[in-house]
Design a protein around this ligand. Structure first.
Ligand code: PRE
Length: 268
């Protein structure tokens, strides 16, 4: 089964995707990956959802809210960045905006004059560094070779840096089994206590929320979607009851159940 993820070869997404299948295809953006699963081109996609330093990957949140797909698994992997260049003589550091942000303190301390250039992925930045001696990339140290050396290792601002990925599949594969579930809620309403009511639906049934994130609906200023991850499977009565309450609260909007899933750790 071919799995599609963020390329080119050598991204952290690629490393996570290999845990799903060795046969990996690449796209240049998260939106393109989600679209390629939504339109049936691929049976699985792997997309970054959240980082322990930088928080949510908003492009992913927006893409999964718009698409008709399932989340079938989450993959958590440590992120240990290396600075890669042809020599120590560079004036630009190119990487994914998440990676640049995860190394912000290191870069400000060691290379305060360097130009930081956000590119589509860490591996894209590494490609630039391989082509241009004035550019360094930030990425996994395995991207080093004879032409590109590791100038510094473990440059992320916190050693505990880790990223969580979603494995996405066609909507028909939404499952109710698993220890966690993700839903996206668009209440299409705005009144005092709306969010409190949404949270109470889970709290009253002793369901722990592991993440709640609001994103602009795009319809009007101050109008939001809520991405909610909770620690229960959709097969559980308490989850069914909580979501019945949530659906009543969002009667003028919608609730998208992306599915239940378990966590896998990828450590190399
Ligand atoms: O550019 C990559 O290598 C990616 O897989 C993307 C991504 C991200 O979007 O968060 C994945 C893991 C790291 O947090 C840095 C970048």
């Amino acid at each position: 089964m071919q799995v599609v993820t963020l390329g080119p070869e050598g991204t952290y997404s690629h490393r996570a995707a290999r845990a799903v299948d060795e046969d990996v295809a690449f796209r240049e953006s998260v939106s393109a990956i989600v679209a390629a699963v939504d339109n049936g081109e691929f049976e699985r996609g792997v997309v970054p959802i959240e980082n322990s330093i930088e928080g949510s990957v908003t492009e992913t949140l927006d893409a999964i809210a718009d698409a008709d797909i399932a989340v079938t698994e989450e993959i958590v992997t440590p992120i240990r960045h290396a600075l890669l260049a042809q020599s120590g003589n560079f004036d630009t550091v190119a990487s994914h905006s998440q990676a640049l942000a995860q190394c912000r303190s290191y870069l400000e301390r060691e290379y305060p004059d360097a130009t930081l250039e956000p590119v589509a992925s860490t591996a894209k930045g590494v490609e630039y560094a391989r082509e241009d001696p004035t550019v360094a990339g930030i990425g996994h140290p395995d991207n080093a070779d004879d032409d590109l050396t590791v100038v510094a290792e473990d440059i992320q601002d916190r050693s505990s840096n880790s990223t969580r990925f979603f494995v996405v599949a066609p909507a028909a594969e939404r499952d109710e089994g698993g220890g966690k579930s993700t839903v996206v809620v668009y209440p299409n309403a705005n009144y005092p206590g709306l969010l409190l009511e949404l949270l109470e639906a889970f709290a009253e049934r002793d369901i722990n929320l592991s993440r709640i994130e609001s994103r602009p609906s795009g319809n009007r200023l101050g109008d939001y979607l809520f991405h909610i991850d909770f620690e229960a499977g959709l097969y559980e009565d308490r989850a069914t009851e909580a979501l019945a309450d949530v659906e009543a609260i969002a009667a003028d909007g919608w609730v998208k159940r992306l599915g239940s899933y378990d966590r896998r750790h990828v450590v190399d």
